[in-house]
Design a protein around this ligand. Structure first.
Ligand code: EPZ
Length: 421
């Protein structure tokens, strides 16, 4: 296993380009199950989650190949409808094959994803929505057995704007007979990208990105077989991570290749804290902003403050002037980065889903351990800012969602090395 060695404090500078969004790529790859067309993606992110999900799709019969920086998917034949536990347990997003398999094959056997480090992460909203569309769902021996005589369009109201449930139901509905509406749908930019991709495949999706999505069912045999080229949106969470890094190190940095509108709430929060930011069309320019002010934030579904940026802004809050509060409303156990940050000199109290962060901490390098994807990023930001050497272990968590992070930081003057443990 690898680890990172970081010596701080650092001043980063220059320009960094974010990769395509992991959380848009995963559902879009699941949607390749739906199409007989040849689908060509340019610059899919080089992440373990993506290569792993591709293996799952291959096990179902989706063919994939690489041609330079293009990745080609072809699903002219789906010859397996079972997503095995030993594949699904490693990545919760695997449950996203349920909707497209039901749509295309009228049957699916998918292992229950099980919980993960940040929470139990049930799929009840996915399953209830699929039943509304005419699926018969049975759970036995840890597997979801789903089948249908043919999905029928329906009016679905989500009890919570679940990102994954919205995506699964969109994919199930695109070939259902008649019209489907999904109310209280998730509104994340990744959902908008998902709907755009489905339309590129020849489906009829409207309102994606808003809280009401309307889908007209299309017959599989009516789909035109053609070549589809698609570019996935930039990763707003990765962008937020680099923007916060520059602010923690009082540095000047251009964060490129994403849409700043997708981070509106985060950028407004940072500016409220005193950050000097300039928003371009597909970049944000960060200027040295000195010590920022503490702030109170609550994580929320889009367009609110994203839970995937919670750990990173907590790292920033520790070096602000004044105290801060974070209320984590999305996941029940997403403060595992706190004990590791405390080892580096942070003063943070946890009370249920509230975190109270003291400002003006003197950070010192330490050996720390990654616990989940976004927690890993927070530790790196802290280590880059702290005085002295830090070693960061279990960085396989990091590789799930950050492409070449050490190289990217080294490329903007960061003192960071990736070494064999
Ligand atoms: C997506 O997860 C993202 N993952 C997560 O990113 C992100 O944190 C999350 O959305 C919220 O924005 C991908 O897109 C691959 P949810 P998802 O369904 O779809 C509860 C990262 O770091 N819930 O919106 O699983 C659930 O337990 C990852 O990149 C139910 O109760 O999120 C959670 O508390 C982490 N029943 C809340 O809703 C359900 O059927 C939000 O879950 C579904 C969800």
């Amino acid at each position: 296993m690898d680890k990172l060695i970081i010596n701080g404090p650092n001043k980063i500078k220059g320009s960094v380009a974010v990769s395509s969004a992991k959380n848009a790529t995963l559902p879009i790859l699941a949607a390749t199950i739906l199409s007989p067309s040849k689908i060509i993606f340019d610059n899919l992110p080089g992440l373990s989650d993506i290569s792993f999900f591709t293996q799952i799709l291959n096990s179902l019969g989706v063919q994939s190949s690489q041609d330079g920086d293009k990745t080609i998917f072809m699903a002219d034949e789906i010859n397996n409808i079972k997503a095995d536990y030993d594949l699904v347990r490693k990545m919760r997003a695997s449950v996203l094959v349920l909707g497209p398999l039901l749509a295309r094959k009228k049957e699916a056997i998918v292992s229950l994803p099980g919980g993960c480090a940040i929470g139990s992460r049930p799929v009840d909203i996915h399953l209830k929505g699929l039943e509304k569309l005419g699926a018969e769902i049975e759970i036995k021996k840890g597997y979801i057995y789903a089948k249908t005589k043919g999905l029928v369009g329906s009016k679905i109201v989500l009890p919570f704007p679940s990102v994954g449930a919205t995506e699964n139901l969109m994919m199930a509905a695109v070939m259902a007979q008649g019209t489907t509406t999904i109310d209280n749908a998730a509104r994340e930019p990744e959902i908008e990208d998902h709907g755009n991709f489905l339309n590129e495949l020849g489906f009829k999706v409207k309102g994606h990105g808003s809280s009401t999505i309307t889908i007209e069912g299309v017959k599989f045999e009516d789909l035109k077989v053609r070549e589809v080229n698609y570019s996935i949106i930039g990763d707003r969470i990765e962008a937020a991570t680099y923007i916060i890094a520059a602010l923690m190190m009082d540095s000047e940095l251009k964060v490129d290749k994403f849409n700043p509108e997708h981070l509106d709430f985060v950028l407004n929060t940072l500016q409220q804290m005193g950050a000097k930011l300039e928003r371009g069309e597909n970049f944000v320019q960060v200027y040295p902003s000195g010590k920022l002010k503490g702030v109170r934030i609550e994580t929320a579904p889009y367009p609110g403050f994203p839970t995937d940026v919670q750990a990173q802004i907590m790292a920033l809050m520790g070096v602000c002037d004044g105290d801060s509060v974070i209320i984590e409303n999305i996941f029940e156990n997403r403060f595992m980065h706190v004990p590791e940050l405390v080892r580096m000199g942070y003063d943070i109290e946890i009370d249920g889903n509230n975190a109270f962060i003291k400002g003006n901490s003197e950070l010192t390098g330490a050996p720390v351990m990654c616990t989940d994807l976004r927690a890993s990023a927070a530790l790196i930001l802290a280590a880059m800012t702290a005085q002295g050497e830090s070693t960061i272990s279990r960085i396989y968590h990091l590789d799930r969602g950050y492409e070449k992070l050490a190289d990217k930081f080294a490329g903007i003057n960061g003192n960071i090395q990736r070494v064999k443990e």
